[in-house]
Design a protein around this ligand. Structure first.
Ligand code: ADP
Length: 596
């Protein structure tokens, strides 16, 4: 039964959501629901009165039909009002749907802005986010609609019951009791379905992922060339069949039980008809009352079955809302620090015995790292893939916090820094930098939000990032749309994108720590060397950190650190490390030989 009560768990919150979205529409929606719930039994009542009035006139041999006609007009008005109420409900729903969808999406995205990187990298969490987004526009309203539908039918049931009581309280009891078995079955199966949905999210997640791989432009190239399409589609299909089999089993059970138990309700209905008929023949009630009770009984039963099916539909909406609220209520660490400058600006960056293990990982990605970079220093990080270079940058930019040890900037622990002040100090271009499907200029301007639209600054930055030459040859220059998702979007080569990304870093003229994590890998060696020259000119009093596999670049750095499985194994200038004859010297010689 617990799963069944889960069906109502989020109704209150869905109602609150709708209420805060648009109060006027919510009130209208609620009032119209009440009207649509109460009026149908009233029409039944009037129908009975019409029959009785006609009957009375016939018995009195009177030809005066005015009372009958008046009552017919009254019923017509009632029926028209029901139609109007239902129309009004639909109207409120469509307006609310649009507003609610937008509101929920905004809530989801606003929350996303406060999340940490670790959240995005957690698959289950990411799954919550995607599911919450995908159905944001339909689910909350759907839950409110079914909750109100439930209310409306409950009202119908109560009003029908109140009128039926005059015939016999037993009739009301039959009406309610006949619905109980089907109700219990529905409760059980709703609970089962609720659990089934929760339990199989990993499969659904895989399906969503396969859809992305099969149908998105950035995956299409490889899928085509390696001929992966059929295999992936096959997987997609297999998952469907597994899920479908489970669904079918549940649906069959549900419908068989629903039908069998529904029969009880039908038997009860016709039993009641017979009872009402017999009572009429025995002159216990009039023909008008008989008509009225027939209709009331039928309406009451329709309300019972509508309530059942509303419950059936609500479990899915609840499932959605539970995901949504779990997502929205995710604990995010309070932005900790508040300081905007440190006590000792001449101290620069300091790592003190820093270790870091990714959440859920067995091995530390960094272990016992200590280093010191005063303003003006330049550092190159060297090491095999997976040795921890990017992780070091992620810690420095406070995307993650060290597991142990501490990182200081200007003599102050990074954790104490105000987030905005800290981020303003640092310009980073990662190897997997973003390729915004926006204008070229905006792609550059993204480097400094304050000057996002400043064409003057775009140009200067692009100049330094060596992007200006090819940008000026584009059809609309800095106003060329990039990316294939939009009309007239241009695609750039890998190296051109990298130049755009570098220009983005040059937008951050105020940042005094610049980090380049292999963004130049697709550029030719000469272009890379020139870029670094620009950076060096820029960075007299700045700190530059580069990650590169090209030793022609690495050797320009003042200090070189060689990482291996998260530990520093060698450090020093190019000359010192060559003299040492260790790993660095070995790798350098290998690469130099390749060039000869
Ligand atoms: P590099 O930049 O030197 O190639 P990284 O710093 O990216 O290496 O990775 C260091 C280690 O941490 C690798 O073993 C990698 O598998 C692991 N790692 C990197 N990113 C994550 C992550 N988001 N979650 C868990 N482990 C990660």
């Amino acid at each position: 039964m617990q799963g069944f009560f889960g069906v109502f768990r989020y109704s209150r919150r869905a109602l609150e959501l709708v209420w805060h979205t648009n109060r006027g529409l919510s009130i209208a929606f609620a009032l119209l629901t009440v009207v649509a719930g109460v009026l149908p039994p009233l029409t039944a009542y009037v129908t009975g009165m019409i029959v009785d009035a006609a009957n009375a006139a016939i018995r009195a041999h009177s030809e005066d039909a005015s009372q009958v006609v008046n009552l017919v007009i009254l019923e017509g008005i009632l029926v028209a009002s029901i139609a109007a109420a239902q129309r009004g409900i639909t109207f409120c729903q469509s307006l609310l749907r649009a507003q609610l969808g937008q509101r929920v999406n905004e809530m989801i995205l606003e929350k996303a802005l406060t999340l940490t990187l670790a959240h995005f990298e957690d698959s289950e969490f990411y799954d919550k986010l995607t599911r919450a987004r995908r159905e944001a526009s339909s689910r909350p309203l759907s839950l409110v609609t079914s909750t109100f539908g439930l209310l409306q039918n409950a009202l119908s049931l109560v009003s029908s019951g109140a009128l039926l009581v005059r015939f016999s309280p037993w009739a009301v009891a039959v009406l309610l009791l006949a619905g109980v078995p089907a109700f219990v079955a529905e409760a059980k199966f709703s609970g089962d379905a609720f659990r089934l949905f929760r339990w199989r999210t990993p499969e659904t997640r895989m399906q969503t992922y396969l859809e992305t791989v099969l149908a998105r432009e950035d995956h299409a190239k490889e899928v085509k060339l390696y001929g992966l399409g059929q295999r992936l589609l096959g997987r997609y299909r297999d998952i469907f069949h597994t899920l479908y089999d489970q669904d079918r089993a549940l649906t069959i059970r549900r419908d068989l039980w629903g039908f069998s138990l529904g029969l009880i309700a039908t038997v009860a209905l016709y039993g009641a008809y017979a009872w009402i008929g017999i009572s009429t023949v025995r002159r216990l009630i009039t023909i008008g009352q008989m008509t009225r009770y027939f209709i009331l009984f039928r309406q009451g039963q329709a309300a019972v079955s509508a309530i059942l099916s509303a419950l059936g539909g609500m479990y899915e909406d609840n499932l959605y809302l539970s995901t949504l609220y779990e997502y929205l209520e995710t604990q995010v660490p309070e932005p900790s620090g508040s300081v905007a400058r440190g006590p000792d600006p001449a101290d620069g960056i300091r790592f003190e015995n820093v270790s870091f293990t990714y959440p859920g990982a067995q091995q530390p990605a960094l272990e016992g790292v200590s280093l010191h970079l005063p303003p003006g220093a330049s550092l190159a990080l060297v090491g095999e893939n997976g040795s921890g270079k990017t992780t070091l940058i992620k810690l420095l930019t406070r995307l993650y916090a060290p597991t142990s040890g501490r990182i200081l900037l200007d003599g102050r622990d990074l954790a104490d820094w105000d987030e905005v002040a800290l981020r303003e100090r640092i310009g980073v271009i990662f190897q997997d930098f973003n390729r915004y499907q926006m204008l070229v200029g905006e792609n550059v301007g993204a480097g400094d939000d304050r000057y996002f639209d400043d064409e003057e600054r775009w140009r200067t930055a692009a100049e330094k990032g060596m992007a200006s030459d090819f940008v000026e040859r584009l059809p609309a220059g800095y106003y060329t749309q990039l990316g294939k998702w939009f009309r007239d979007g241009r695609e750039l080569s890998g190296g051109q994108w990298q130049k755009i990304a570098l220009s983005r870093a040059f937008m951050r003229t105020r940042a005094d720590i610049l980090v380049l994590d292999e963004p130049t890998a697709s550029m030719d060696a000469q272009a890379e060397a020139e870029i670094f020259e620009h950076f060096r000119q820029l960075s007299q009093s700045r700190i530059t950190i580069v990650i590169s596999h090209r030793f022609s670049t690495v050797r320009m750095a003042g200090e070189i650190i060689v990482l291996d499985r998260g530990r520093i194994i060698e450090r020093g200038s190019h000359e010192e490390l060559m003299r040492l004859g260790g790993r660095y010297a070995h790798l350098f010689t290998l690469q130099a030989r390749g060039y000869r």
